[in-house]
Design a protein around this ligand. Structure first.
Ligand code: 13P
Ligand code: SF4
Length: 368
């Protein structure tokens, strides 16, 4: 479901009472419900969530850790997922029938996940099969809809996250001659490049024109990249790096691999959300860091590491707007709806889709 479709089904809009309640009152009520529900309730929170929400999460993690934790938790009846829609879908697929996954605000989508819809993907697959025959394995970043994960699962492929992308791409290329990597061209390109695959062996599939864009020889292509991107990480530019190198040469530059290839190439380090957190936490006291990732996380790293000099690589960076939809009023609303027995915003992936999507997820989970 894309963001527009979600907004349409989201007949549920935050009741006025939550808009006028004080922060202290909301926090008091969240604490009370958490205490009342105990282990019947589980609140996973992605690192990009706001502080006002993260303070109440039972676990905080990147997308891989949250998928693993959802697969392990068999105790909670209600999983209130503080993250975006595709993460809640993944949690629903990996949990049992009796567990209900709730997304506090249905407008918390992901623009990258919406860049590959299932019709476009089926069309691309038909065309690519006619060009390359049965030589392609599909891989999808978990930042994709359940329907895309199901497509990938049905065709023998797997999901990947930014923290296991290298291992998963290597595995896929040991199975077939080439891969189709959905929907983030940058993660796909950066990962393949780090594995030693030259750029001329990579092509971009443009889903709007149903066209493969490449420069080298068709038969040499190994990595077919879907033309999608993260609208947050694309805001880090080579100009940001050049300015910083000129003005503050002592800065270590670390970026997420959802950034463009040129940005990753000019940075000192690149890696997943967990990689960035570990690097900063282990860094020497007094060291200086410019970080190219989502702003809620950068702000948290600044607050938690007062002995280091940390800034955002882009001084005008904003948080991920869809991650930010999950705020304290929506969290409280979701929790009170459970306490009242009128659950709002449950995420339920259709069985036919879930049965195929889990194949793709399990192929990843059994390799990490
Ligand atoms: P990771 O948590 O895998 O680093 O993904 C980053 C992201 O963009 C989540 O939406
Ligand atoms: Fe999607 Fe990018 Fe936001 Fe992650 S940071 S949820 S990939 S738009």
């Amino acid at each position: 479901m894309n963001i527009l479709e979600m907004a349409k089904t989201a007949g549920n809009v935050l009741p006025e009472t939550y808009k006028v309640m004080t922060k202290e009152e909301m926090e008091r009520r969240v604490r009370k419900i958490k205490q009342q529900l105990g282990s019947r309730l589980y609140i996973p929170g992605h690192h990009y969530q706001r502080e006002e929400v993260i303070q109440f999460s039972d676990v905080t993690g990147d997308s891989l850790q949250l998928a693993q934790l959802s697969a392990q938790n068999r105790e909670a009846e209600y999983i209130v997922f503080c993250g975006v829609h595709f993460m809640a879908e993944t949690a629903d697929i990996l949990t049992t029938e009796g567990q209900t996954v709730i997304l506090p605000d249905m407008r918390a989508g992901c623009s990258m996940a919406d860049m590959a819809d299932i019709d476009q993907t089926e069309r691309a697959w038909t065309k690519l099969q006619s060009m390359f025959g049965d030589t392609i394995l599909p891989l999808t970043y978990v930042n994709s809809t359940a329907a895309i994960k199901a497509f990938v699962g049905k065709n023998g492929g797997a999901t990947v996250t930014s923290s296991n992308a290298q291992g998963m791409v290597s595995w896929a290329l040991s199975q077939k001659e080439r891969i189709l990597f959905l929907p983030d061209q940058h993660l796909g390109r950066n990962t393949a490049y780090d594995l030693g695959i030259p750029l001329k062996q990579m092509a971009v599939w443009d889903p709007h024109n149903d066209e493969l864009i490449y420069e080298g020889e068709l038969e040499d292509l190994k990595v077919l990249l879907w033309k999608g991107h993260c609208s947050v990480h694309e805001n880090f530019t080579t100009a940001n790096i050049e300015t910083l190198r000129a003005e503050q040469p002592e800065m270590n530059i670390i970026v997420h691999p959802e950034c463009r290839r040129e940005v990753v190439a000019l940075s000192d380090y690149n890696g997943s959300t967990s990689y960035i957190i570990n690097m900063i936490e282990k860094a020497k006291s007094g060291s200086s860091w410019a970080i190219g990732t989502e702003m809620n996380l950068v702000k948290r790293l600044i607050a938690n590491n007062p002995d280091k000099n940390i800034i955002s690589l882009n001084p005008n960076m904003c948080p991920c707007l869809t991650m930010n939809r999950i705020d304290l009023p929506h969290l409280l609303w979701a929790l009170e709806s459970i306490a009242e027995g009128t659950v709002i915003n449950p995420i339920k992936v259709e069985k036919k889709i879930a049965d195929n999507a889990i194949l793709a997820l399990n192929r990843m989970l059994e390799r990490v």
